[in-house]
Design a protein around this ligand. Structure first.
Ligand code: 13P
Ligand code: SF4
Length: 314
């Protein structure tokens, strides 16, 4: 890690200078550290970030999120340099779905359309027909004929939730998010009893036993919209805790409690992959223009098709 350059008042000033010098844009997901969210030019959920990656005038995209998100930015804007503060920022859902096993899995279900959640590698995207995010999955599934057979990968909890919501029987890949699996139903119920006027909101990556206690389920940006539109003053939030930063900024008069893990605390639900990105690494990657996302042209072309189908249907 480099020391703050003496020319600058602080690291934020140095980042602004490097951003201008490189004609860069900083995109951030809601699960990033507060100071990264605050310095970003644009903050959003996976779908909004994909759209923003496609439509901007920058030469360099600094992606403050996890690697699959930065890969999507590269695939949709191949002429731009896409950099990620920490190249090891992966995702447990991505890791749970390896391409060789996925190809074998697909062979067992001929005649099925392959729908993949955006939380997967470029290789899995290239093996898919349509990509979805948690904010457009229902709409995309509903647009298909009712008798269309579907494989859904890699999140079994999101898949199960969508099966119930759309009355489908999609074949599910057995993957999950380690972050959303840490919430404890028992502790959540205890918290709800102690806060009986609070509404519980949850991300659909949570297992069914947690979702069954939610008053509202949605993507990160839908959760943010809900807390602004709903008159309730107190919310229990079952998703990654860094989203509370935007919730408090958007609704300072409301109160937010993160859903507890098995030890009754919330610290276990931080995303360990998102946490790899720091303000210092953000500054360093803008300085070095590295680590850079590199994907072969062939893979980019294959992965772009199902992403474009998603964007056209969104
Ligand atoms: P969103 O698309 O809702 O922001 O979700 C991304 C994600 O990785 C949730 O764990
Ligand atoms: Fe992946 Fe879960 Fe982290 Fe989202 S919260 S990036 S799904 S590990």
């Amino acid at each position: 890690m480099k020391a703050v350059n003496q020319k600058f008042k602080d690291i934020e000033e140095e980042i602004s200078f490097l951003k201008k010098k490189n004609n860069a844009i900083i995109l951030s997901h809601f699960y990033q550290d507060e100071e990264i969210q605050d310095i970003a030019d644009f903050i959003g959920d996976s779908l909004d970030l994909s759209k923003k990656a496609q439509k901007n005038d920058a030469d360099v995209i600094v992606f403050c999120g996890v690697r699959f998100m930065a890969e999507v930015a590269k695939i949709l804007s191949p002429q731009k340099k896409v950099i990620l503060p920490d190249i090891n920022a992966g995702c447990s859902l991505e890791e749970s779905c390896q391409v060789d096993e996925f190809i074998e899995f697909k062979k067992k279900y001929p005649g099925h359309i392959v729908l993949s959640y955006i939380n997967c590698s470029a290789e899995i995207k290239a093996e898919s027909d349509i990509i979805v995010t948690s904010s457009n999955a229902k709409k995309i599934i509903d647009s298909m004929p009712v008798n269309q057979k579907i494989i859904f990968a890699p999140d079994k909890h999101l898949g199960n939730y969508l099966n119930k919501l759309t009355k489908r029987e999609m074949i599910l890949w057995n993957g999950s998010c380690i972050v959303h699996e840490t919430f404890s139903e028992r502790e959540l119920v205890k918290l709800k009893v102690r806060n009986d006027t609070a509404k519980t909101i949850a991300h659909p990556e949570c297992p069914e036993n947690i979702l069954s206690h939610a008053d509202f389920i949605g993507s990160t940006s839908s959760l943010l919209k809900f807390i602004s539109q709903d008159k309730t003053k107190r919310f229990i939030v079952a998703t990654e805790p860094h989203i509370l930063h935007q919730m408090k900024k958007n609704e300072p008069s409301k109160e937010f409690l993160i859903a507890p893990g098995t030890d009754g605390s919330c610290s276990c639900s931080n995303c360990p992959y998102m946490e790899l990105n720091t303000l210092e690494k953000l500054r360093d990657c803008l300085h070095d223009l590295s680590p850079e996302i590199k994907i072969s042209n062939e893979l980019m072309l294959k992965a772009k098709k199902p992403l474009n189908t998603m964007l056209n249907l969104s």
